[in-house]
Design a protein around this ligand. Structure first.
Ligand SMILES: NC(=O)c1ccc[n+]([C@@H]2O[C@H](COP(=O)([O-])OP(=O)(O)OC[C@H]3O[C@@H](n4cnc5c(N)ncnc54)[C@H](O)[C@@H]3O)[C@@H](O)[C@H]2O)c1
Length: 373
């Protein structure tokens, strides 16, 4: 019998989930139980639509629910889903804080339900191969993308730090580059962050950062340095480097120590498919169980709680040739330099750089997370 799956948050990124649901329904693996969204959304023929998630849960009794609403709405909806007896695929970032993470974790334990978090890059075969090779040394994460100013008009929480006094979660590293941060934490197997040093910048009139530099120092002294921007004319897909090894994470291209060129490692396991397999056979490990994301949540919470981003001066901005906003001159070289040296912009002689915000990080790795590895 096919599994009844519902989707809460069917607009925005939910359209990606709609395509996955359609494919799995065509394959006979699932039955789409219903859609829910606060805005009108056209569901496929025969699929009931609700504007209230509690009504959807009551009326359609799904066995699995996908939540794809804005991050600050996740926790109450997720708790209702678990209470209803359904398993959950919860979009990333799962929750807003370590306290929320604990609350959701307690509900998972109390209900015995399953939660998979929407970090689809953790299903990458290239990442798995890198983890098996387990190269030593500091980790660098870099990426240089371009998002026009209109990107920040796509959703009410985009580019914001709070709405109606409630914190929301956006920023280059915790949102578009969240997969890179999450992958680097997995590569650093057992990493227990002790100190966060953060320089966050904005190239435009937003509340949050579009250019972010982060250095995490672990209890054992190992460092992860991430340098990412959404204001670059030159595109760098994104790399995680560990010693001689490099993973180009969006494309799953990998170079291991001793290899001279990168090669594609095809294969990404789908998160919903993996959740369905795990429900059928608990011997199939979940790719992104909630516990595995605890350190990510602790770091993201510390990033969004940091002081507001510093504006990058107009003197180093110039219009993107395609229009739509400004780019930061030389930012592609800077993100690569910071990721490869582990030195933040303020330590690289960048004239517009500000002193890093330094905070101790709560110990992020739980017992259950350690067991997962
Ligand atoms: N895994 C990925 O690669 C990836 C990519 C993009 C977005 N996301 C995540 O997906 C989630 C949604 O992001 P988005 O950009 O689509 O946001 P969005 O603001 O566009 O919201 C998505 C939909 O949720 C609906 N919604 C809002 N509150 C609701 C509620 N209480 N009940 C029902 N529906 C509600 C909105 O009307 C909208 O249609 C976020 O957690 C985001 O981080 C993940």
């Amino acid at each position: 019998m096919s599994t009844r799956v519902a989707l809460i948050g069917a607009g925005g990124h939910g359209q990606w989930h709609r395509r996955v649901l359609q494919r799995l329904s065509d394959e006979g693996r699932i039955e789409v139980a219903g859609f829910c969204d606060r805005q009108p959304v056209e569901p496929p023929d025969g699929v009931p639509f609700f504007t209230d998630h509690a009504e959807l849960l009551r009326e359609t009794k799904p066995q699995v629910v996908v939540i794809c609403t804005p991050p600050h709405t996740h926790l109450p909806i997720a708790l209702d889903v678990l209470d209803s007896g359904a398993d959950l695929l919860l979009e990333k970032p799962p929750v807003m804080s370590s306290a929320e993470h604990d609350r959701l974790g307690a509900a998972v334990a109390g209900t015995g339900r399953i939660v998979q978090v929407g970090f689809q890059a953790l299903g990458s075969a290239a990442l798995a191969e890198l983890c098996v090779a387990a190269p030593a040394g500091p980790i660098g994460v870099s990426g240089a993308w371009w998002r026009p100013d209109s990107y920040y008009l796509r959703a009410p929480w985009a580019g914001r730090r709070a709405i109606a006094g409630r914190p929301v979660l956006d920023g280059a590293l915790v949102n578009p580059f969240a997969h890179a941060l999450m992958q680097s934490l997995v590569v650093a197997d057992g990493f227990r962050p002790a100190l966060m040093e953060l320089e966050r910048y904005r190239s435009r009139e937003i509340e949050t950062d579009d250019t972010t530099f982060l250095r995490l120092t672990g209890e054992d002294g190992r460092q992860i340095t991430a340098a990412v921007t959404l204001a670059s004319q030159v595109f760098i897909a994104g790399e995680i480097s560990v010693g001689d090894a490099v993973l180009e994470y969006p494309t799953d291209r990998l170079r291991l120590p001793g290899e001279t060129t990168s090669r594609e490692v095809p294969g990404r396991a789908g998160l919903l498919e993996n959740l369905l397999d795990h429900r059928r056979d608990s011997g199939v490990p979940l790719i992104a169980p909630l516990d595995r994301t605890r350190t990510f949540t602790a770091v993201a919470e510390a990033v969004v709680a940091a002081p507001p981003p510093a504006p990058i001066p107009q003197s180093v901005l110039r219009p993107h040739p395609d229009g739509g906003g400004m780019v930061v001159t030389g930012i592609d070289e800077l993100v690569q330099r910071v990721a490869s040296t582990g030195r933040l912009p303020s330590e690289c002689g960048i004239t517009w750089a500000v002193d890093p915000h330094r905070v101790p990080i709560e110990k992020g790795v739980t017992h259950a997370q350690a067991q997962h590895r």
